[in-house]
Design a protein around this ligand. Structure first.
Ligand code: HEM
Length: 393
């Protein structure tokens, strides 16, 4: 049978519909069952099954990360939006920021930040775990590693948050460009300071770093700093916040973890699987390709629905069940292939410490109100997570 350029149904995949986030997993179930290749009303394609997402992410020659919807003009290219060979050269360098020893060395600092934040609201007996806890852990950790002055970390956080939100009437590109310009400008000034006097931070290390026997250009330095603050902030915040809600909704699982923190590493993989912070990322076709019998033309934008793939019954038994004791062999929450997440050990460390400290202080915490989802084309993010902390132990 030859591939047809037939119309492809949306199957409900339309992130602009108001109930999209509330019905996300129901929509994904429909997509996987009946529309494994879907097309949004705006003309973007999506794949939802584990095997398809895995295969496409493993073929960067056909499915490029360059010139996708999330790399609008005006942004300095970062490794996430580059193909080989430029991608591979930068990846070697970015990896230096995340050597196992560098990440391990951050543990005491992550713990101190988590405890300080908990101290800030423990007496009140209630908190919004997004506003007062989750969002500050990754931004402070990466901010301190890079060398952003303490008093500017919150400003950087607000800029990165503005890029993820999807306010009505603005395109994704408009949404990204203005905060991105602010981030570049401030990094430009901070890098100039490091050129005059080195400090013990990543920015200083970068100023001295070499790529193919030469120093990094200003563009490369800016792209590098940008990806570090942007890639890890919201994703890790959402891992902590989404996990906190999953545990509140499954008190039996929360009790298991509070009683035995050794279960935390598996629990965090399960949180990543069930409510993946990065739900969907696009690729651009470098040539025509056939998916599920349909020919997609060169230049098409194809979304990889990581969040759906992670709920695929073909890969996970009882995929919709949240089970902190599940032993997960693989999932796609950190991507797959060439662009496999470089910050995953830092994210795992931050989430592990965040839950260990939270459950030590408030083992019986409960939701104190709704935790609505933010509208987004790629993120799975609660706007707030109001909790009652319950009696401390
Ligand atoms: C729970 C937290 C996180 C999640 C869910 C996550 C998810 C992902 C995903 C899905 C990709 C693949 C992107 C693609 O295929 O296009 C990725 C790549 C990447 N992530 Fe993460 N990430 C997290 C935390 C972090 C942190 C903390 C950092 C660093 C501070 C980071 C840095 C990166 C970088 C640099 C890449 C690009 C790698 C490349 O293109 O070679 N991530 N991440």
């Amino acid at each position: 049978m030859s591939a047809a350029a037939a119309p492809v149904a949306s199957g409900g995949w339309d992130w602009t519909r108001p109930d999209y986030q509330d019905r996300l997993h129901e929509i994904y179930g429909q997509l996987r069952a009946h529309h494994p290749l879907a097309r949004s009303p705006a003309g973007f394609f999506a794949i939802s099954r584990f095997a398809d997402v895995h295969a496409v992410a493993s073929d960067p020659g056909t499915f490029s990360s360059e010139h996708t919807l999330i790399s609008p003009p005006g942004l300095v290219p970062t490794i996430q939006s580059l193909d080989p060979p430029r991608h591979d050269r930068l990846r070697g360098l970015v990896s230096l920021a995340f050597t196992p020893s560098r990440v391990r060395a951050m543990e005491p600092r992550v713990r101190a930040i988590a405890r300080e934040l908990l101290d800030g609201f423990a007496d009140a007996g209630r908190a919004d775990l997004v506003a007062e806890y989750a969002r500050h852990i990754p931004s402070r950790v990466i901010g301190e590693m890079i060398g952003i002055p303490a008093e500017r970390i919150l400003t950087f956080l607000r800029w990165t948050e503005a890029m993820v939100a999807l306010p009505e009437g603005k395109s994704q590109a408009e949404n990204i460009q203005s905060p991105a310009a602010s981030i570049y400008a401030e990094f430009g000034a901070l890098l100039a300071e490091r050129r005059r006097a080195r400090r013990d931070d990543l920015m200083s290390a970068l100023v001295d770093a070499e790529l193919d026997g030469r120093k990094l250009t200003q563009q490369e330095l800016l792209g590098f700093c940008f990806v570090l603050v942007v890639a890890g902030n919201d994703t890790t915040t959402n891992l902590i916040a989404n996990g906190a809600v999953l545990l509140a909704e499954h008190p039996d699982q929360r009790r298991l973890l509070a009683a035995d923190p050794a279960l935390l590493p598996d629990a965090i993989e399960e949180m990543l699987r069930c409510e993946s912070p990065a739900q969907a990322l696009p690729r651009r076709l470098t040539r025509d390709a056939v998916l599920h019998g349909t020919k997609l033309p060169e230049g098409s934008q194809l979304f990889l629905l990581f969040g759906s793939a992670n709920r695929d019954e073909r890969e996970f038994e009882a995929a919709d069940r949240f089970d902190v004791r599940r032993r997960i062999k693989r999932h796609l929450a950190f991507g797959q292939g060439l662009h496999f997440c470089l910050g995953k050990s830092l994210a795992r460390l931050e989430a592990g410490v965040a839950f260990e400290e939270l459950l030590k202080r408030a083992p019986d915490y409960e939701l104190a109100g709704p935790a609505p989802w933010l509208p987004s084309m790629w993120a799975r993010a609660h706007a707030r997570v109001p909790v009652e902390l319950g009696p401390a132990r």
